[in-house]
Design a protein around this ligand. Structure first.
Ligand code: ASP
Ligand code: MG
Length: 463
């Protein structure tokens, strides 16, 4: 068995859906289990509709609902030849659009978009598309059945980014999927969707379909997990920044986890964890170039690999610095800083503290920065008055650049080369962090220097 995941641009429109069906057909002997996310732009559209409803912008709401309905109806009319199937799918589209309308009207009435309601709203994109793809596969002569993963991927109730209850989910996955596979049926499963044990809809977070595919792969003991995207696998650097960047043949789980976290948006960062547990290889393949082998993600890479595999970066960030003599030898301050961030649900991308212990700095997304500053001012009001903390400062417009590679472990001189290369380009480094895993050296630069830093390091280590 293999898991094949398609999403976004790969499933956008009738032509691409037919292309996807053909790819599945070619690999039918491998007993594929298919995971799909919504068409490109649909999740964004549904979220915008929900926020519009909560803000009572009714005219906009109608337009968004019509767009949701029409985009799917259009695909159904173009991709499904059999009139009975077509009628059934069009009726389902009507029904889903009506259900959505009712939920959105409820939100408009209450004037609020809770995370719980948002998870219910976004589910319609995936729920509708699995039915459509299953219909197309049936027309291609493949027995296929649409499945809603809300039935078997069960999570806690952190709406918007829920955590799966692993053992229960694995058991339920096997029970829902394996009998179908045994009967020669291709399950077509909603990515990204899940629910609480009580059946309240949750989601695994934006881009979470990759993670769904990995969870399902681990649950059923798939031989491989194939994630289809619209590029030739994982690249040495963003080709928009480094035109000579190329696709990587092989990466380790650890390397890909570092890359995914730092903005190489090919695969959701959590995807590797279920795969690691069972040692299942993940392949990143291109829907629009299916013959290309793509990138293979495996437990360990061959030692002959280059020291630094890829350079990645993430922008629109803010560096926050908490500074003062009161930090010296007072461990509670650090604990309280990160407690405060956790309470606010802030994602911290990088942390650095010098051994002088006079200041601690960390990087967050720019959109969260003001909330972070206010929460810290609140938390440390007393220390601020007493002068133990002299300032809580934020610096907008920064980026993190990271060099990633398993070969960096225990290889002396990598940091030296890295910083020399940046120095030659006159790039100023604001903060530095290297995890003790030694697979990643990350540093903070001004957004202005981001692209030249990536290019300088690519030239130094890769090309
Ligand atoms: N459709 C969802 C999203 O846009 C899940 C995914 O694409 O993986 O975030
Ligand atoms: Mg994705």
């Amino acid at each position: 068995m293999i898991v094949m995941k398609f999403g976004g641009t790969s499933v956008e429109g009738a032509e691409n859906l037919r292309r996807v069906a053909e790819i599945i057909l070619v690999h039918r002997k491998r007993r594929p289990i298919v995971v799909v996310s919504a068409m490109a732009g649909i999740t964004d559209l549904l979220l915008a509709a929900a926020h519009g409803a909560a803000a009572r912008r009714d005219h906009e709401l109608e337009r968004k609902l019509r767009a949701f309905h029409n985009r799917h109806a259009h695909v159904i009319s173009a991709a499904i030849a059999d009139s009975k199937t077509r009628t059934r799918l069009l009726a389902l589209t009507d029904q889903f659009a009506e259900e959505l309308t009712r939920i959105l009207m409820g939100m408009s009435f209450l004037g609020e978009a809770t995370p719980r309601a948002l998870d219910a709203v976004v589910s319609f994109g995936e729920r509708l598309l699995v039915e459509i793809l299953a219909g197309i596969l049936n027309e291609c002569g493949l027995k296929a059945k649409a499945l809603n993963a809300q039935r078997f991927i069960l999570t806690d109730d952190r709406f918007g980014a829920a955590t799966p209850l692993k053992d229960l989910t694995y058991r339920k996955c096997r029970r829902a999927i394996l009998p179908l596979v045994k009967r020669g049926i291709v399950p077509v499963i909603t990515g990204f969707l899940s629910s609480t044990r009580e059946g309240v809809p949750t989601t695994l977070g934006r881009g979470g379909s990759d993670y769904s595919a990995a969870l399902i792969g681990a649950a059923i003991g798939a031989r491989e997990i194939w994630i289809y995207t619209d590029v030739d696998g994982i690249m040495t650097a963003d080709p928009k920044v480094v035109p000579e960047g190329r696709s990587l043949a092989e990466l380790s789980y650890r390397e890909v986890a570092e890359l995914a976290y730092f903005g190489a948006r090919v695969v959701h960062p959590k995807t590797v964890f279920p795969a690691i547990e069972r040692g299942i290889p993940i392949l990143i393949k291109n829907t629009f170039n299916p013959a290309f082998p793509g990138t293979r993600i495996v437990p360990r890479t061959t030692p002959s690999n280059p020291i630094v595999k890829a350079i990645t970066s993430i922008g629109h960030l803010t560096l926050v610095t908490v500074e003062g003599a009161g930090l010296l030898g007072v461990p509670e301050i650090t604990a309280r800083v990160f407690d405060t961030l956790a309470r606010e649900g802030i994602n911290v991308l990088l942390i650095s503290q010098a051994s002088s212990q006079q200041s601690i700095c960390f990087v967050v997304q720019q959109k969260d920065a003001e909330r972070v500053r206010r929460a810290l001012e609140d938390e440390f009001a007393r220390e601020r008055r007493q002068g133990d903390i002299s300032q809580i400062e934020k610096q907008n417009g920064v980026a993190i650049v990271a060099a990633v590679g398993e070969g960096m472990r225990g290889t002396p001189g990598v940091a030296g080369r890295l910083f020399s290369a940046l120095g030659r380009e006159g790039i100023n480094i604001i903060a530095i962090a290297q995890g003790s895993s030694e697979r990643n050296i990350s540093f903070v630069v001004s957004e202005r220097d981001r692209a030249s830093a990536v290019r300088a390091l690519h030239k130094e280590f890769i090309r």
